[in-house]
Ligand binder design. Structure first.
Ligand code: AMP
Length: 126
């Protein structure tokens, strides 16, 4: 799947749509989900044009990988959900493709916490 530069997160990265940023560095932007599913619901995205995690893994640089992983950890600590910093825990989810029910075709990691998130896999809703 090729990258669609009209997707909503590409527009956020270009500053065309506002967002509630919680963290930013040269390679990564993290912002609050517009329809939060938990008290903490942050999306962490690479600034590079990657459709999904597998695209990133295949085509990203080691520098981008390091920045992405560290940013996810920073966000979890900053949001006070990271157990390593005394938080009560969180879940990371990255949906990919049709079966993964990915709505926005720019890689994003959901960071969910602040409540018990529940079983890992729910029955399909659609
Ligand atoms: P996914 O189904 O994994 O692709 O998730 C896409 C997520 O993006 C959903 O949780 C949406 O609520 C969220 N979302 C869509 N548009 C925006 C936006 N403009 N700002 C923040 N989050 C958004």
């Amino acid at each position: 799947m090729s990258y669609d530069d009209q997707n909503i997160f590409a527009k956020i990265l270009r500053g065309e749509i506002p967002n509630d940023t919680v963290y930013e560095d040269d390679h990564v932007l993290a912002f609050r989900d517009i329809q939060p599913q938990a008290p903490t619901h942050v999306l962490v995205i690479p600034k590079g044009a990657y459709v999904s995690f597998d695209d990133f893994a295949e085509n990203g640089s080691d520098e981008e990988f390091a920045a992405y992983v560290r940013a996810i950890g920073k966000v979890a600590r900053q949001e006070r959900v990271a157990p390593v910093a005394g938080g009560n825990g969180f879940r990371m989810i990255s949906n990919a493709g049709e079966d993964g029910v990915q709505e926005v075709p720019h890689l994003h990691m959901h960071i969910l916490g602040g409540r018990r998130i529940g079983r890992m896999i729910q029955p399909p809703r659609e």
